[in-house]
Design a protein around this ligand. Sequence first.
Ligand code: HXC
Length: 258
Amino acid sequence: MAYETLIVEIEDYVALIRLNRPDALNALNSKLLSELATALHAADADDAVRCIIITGSEKAFAAGADIKEMSQKSFVDMFSSDFFAGDSDAILRTRKPIIAAVSGYALGGGCELAMACDFIICSDTAKFGQPEINLGVVAGIGGTQRLTRFVGKSKSMDMHLTGRFMDAAEAERCGLVSRVVPAKDLLTEVKKVAAKIAEKSMLTTMVVKECVNRSYETTLREGILFERRVFHALFATEDQKEGMAAFLEKRQPQFRDR
Ligand code: HXC
């Protein structure tokens, strides 16, 4: 499918979704978010996709929601359309794993989009920030909630109240990103990580994602019970039998996603 604001390539079971509004540093407008929702839905339904990467350009993952599009809107416009709610929730409905590959600016809605992915790998040029305060607004796609859970209250308050940017080293130190790689190697490295994920059982992969995400939504006791029950349930699958047999027979498992 052809998109106006995205470039999507599927290769070796990995869907690479590139945000493509270079003139606006990939600012997220309604068109881009709606196309992203469509692309994620399509990737989730496609048997040729086992892992998804969302990336931007070398200069910007995304410099935030599109300020030109938003600037003249009224409260009634924003509230009535529940601005960005439906399309930004699409990322949360995606059951296959999503890696954010961030180079350059990931600001405002761009930082929020990266945090809504399952994990973030960034280049050493990455800059994260929630500068909405400078525009007289607050984050609107989960930034105050997710950044606080990633990095703790003190640093989250610092970021949201001052609007300052965080570099890649700080982002790795405080747990916002899982790995930092040289800018020139970003996509190669992220594709290797995606390939590693793609070779697992898709069934187990989706279950792992549900379990980890559950830790954000519930109490520790309930989360541990959920995990244990899911662990038990996986013994009903062929992939559990295959995975354990392969270990004992000292060979690579052949998972069949069932
Ligand atoms: C619209 C944007 C944009 C944005 C950049 N551009 N960010 N357009 N919305 N968020 C456009 C600029 O207007 C400019 O267009 C072109 O991209 C290049 O940007 P420059 O500013 O000239 O580049 P540079 O000097 O390198 O500075 C880069 C930057 C700066 C530091 C990233 O662009 C910046 O501060 N951008 C805004 C960041 C921000 O405040 N984000 C939060 C948005 S609010 P022209 O046509 O002039 O060449 C938000 C809320 C989310 O995200 C919640 C929604 C529900």
